[in-house]
Design a protein around this ligand. Structure first.
Ligand code: ADP
Ligand code: ASP
Ligand code: MG
Length: 412
């Protein structure tokens, strides 16, 4: 019997009628002869509400209790989905992460999956169950506590189950009908891509395209899972949506495949830092220990042994970064004049594997931004992407200008 993994995100299970629509899609796959593992998210908005309650109760919360609370949304959807399927005559049951068990490490709120033993679910399939409905986003630590996989983590649950159970495919049903050349909500010329390579999807996801959690793409790439993104609201068939696949399966070579944006970035500048060996380690060591995800880093030219050092991090980590740096200064590990936090910036990036062999992409990107009068604050590049930090108020304009500059409305 071939096994399929189907994942439904928050908007796709936002109420009972949408759960019903998702269940009909599952029924169709059962009729097509598949056993199905369904991964569900919490109903739309529910996880945000739970996170809000935790923050209100305890601003410097215990991450174990955070996970106990925020994982709860998925439990409700999993039970409701199993009930809906049973009402349709499909043998189904729900599983919370710990019941499988989906084993993770102990990094609460950003746990990594370590193992998914198959025995329990395989035994149920052998006994006639046709659909296993799994609460996404959650697992269990070696200490026996509930963990969560980071925001958007149900995608990662889905791919991990697909890998563990040798699924023929992992279908991610969401509120858009595939992966687009840019977020269709801010760029109306964005086009759906029929296929995108793992490498490009990985960059787009990590640069802010939240349609797939970054870790899910990493796992799909590592275990060669056939990963597809498609609409839960439309009728779909074998050829719907976007297939995320290896580079070799993509015929045309594109210089740029997409534009990604990340809204909540902050630019931190340490003014007048002593320019001496070991200073970067003395600064970024404490930041790492405090759990700050530093992204871009720029060190300016040194003048009389002092330099300015700029880095970016998510806006909600600014307070933590400030605290870590102040503590390092108090200990005498680092010295600086001022610490400036600019929380009004956004990151916009272009991604494409064709960049490896084509020069001039950066020049074209910067020219397009200059034409719109957008000032670039920080630049970083890798083999297949270029990112810039700009004022947040220009973010949408920049995405659209770059989409035009690389003629992305003509691909897909
Ligand atoms: P789900 O709740 O199903 O997991 P998400 O909200 O996490 O859905 O992800 C889907 C959203 O991702 C879309 O509604 C869209 O606004 C956004 N998105 C950002 N970039 C892209 C892109 N390049 N292609 C498609 N969607 C994108
Ligand atoms: N419900 C979780 C979140 O909102 C996980 C997910 O939907 O993927 O982040
Ligand atoms: Mg998501």
């Amino acid at each position: 019997m071939s096994l399929l993994v189907m994942k439904f995100g928050g908007t796709s299970v936002a109420d009972l009628s949408r759960i019903g629509r998702a269940a009909s899609k599952i029924c169709r796959e059962v009729e097509n002869g598949h056993d199905v593992i369904v991964i569900v998210s919490a109903m739309a908005g529910r996880t945000n509400e739970l996170v809000g309650w935790v923050q209100e109760t305890s601003p410097l919360y215990d991450a174990r209790e955070y996970d106990a609370v925020v994982s709860a949304g998925e439990n409700i959807t999993a039970g409701l989905m199993a009930l809906t399927l049973q009402e349709m005559g499909v043998p189904a049951r729900s599983w919370q992460g710990w019941q499988v068990p989906l084993k993770t490490n102990s990094s609460h709120s950003a746990a990594r999956i370590e193992e998914i033993p198959r025995d329990n679910i395989d035994a149920r399939f052998a006994a006639g169950m046709q659909v296993a409905v799994i609460a996404g986003f959650q697992g269990i630590s070696p200490e026996g506590r509930i963990t969560t996989l980071g925001r958007g983590g149900s995608d990662t649950s889905a791919v991990a189950f697909a890998a563990a159970f040798d699924a023929v495919r992992c279908d991610i049903y969401t509120d858009v009908d595939g992966v687009y050349t840019a977020d269709p909500r801010i760029c109306e010329k964005a086009r759906r891509l029929d296929r995108i390579s793992f490498e490009e999807m990985l960059e787009l996801a990590s640069l802010g395209a939240k349609v797939l959690q970054t870790r899910s793409v990493e796992l799909a790439m590592r275990y060669n899972v056939r990963l597809r993104v498609l609409s839960s609201f439309e009728d779909t068939d074998e050829s719907s949506g976007t297939l995320v696949c290896s580079e070799e399966e993509i015929m045309e070579s594109r210089v740029v495949s997409g534009v990604a944006h990340s809204r909540d970035e902050a630019k931190m500048t340490l003014v007048s830092v002593a320019d001496r060996p070991g200073i970067a380690a003395a600064i970024f060591g404490p930041l790492a220990e405090a759990g700050v995800n530093v992204d871009m880093i720029v060190q300016n030219i040194s003048d009389e042994g002092r330099t300015d050092l700029t880095f970016s991090c998510p806006t909600d980590q600014v307070a933590r970064a400030e605290k870590a740096l102040e503590a390092a200064r108090t200990r005498g590990d680092i010295g600086y004049g001022e610490l400036l936090a600019d929380t009004g910036v956004a990151k916009v990036s272009v991604v494409g594997i064709g960049m490896r062999s084509q020069s001039g992409v950066a020049a074209r990107m910067f020219a397009a931004l200059a034409e719109e009068g957008v000032n670039i604050k920080v630049i970083t590049t890798s083999e297949i992407k270029i990112s810039v930090l700009i004022d947040r108020k220009y973010m949408e304009l920049a995405v659209q200008a770059l989409h035009d500059a690389f003629a992305l409305e003509h691909i897909g």
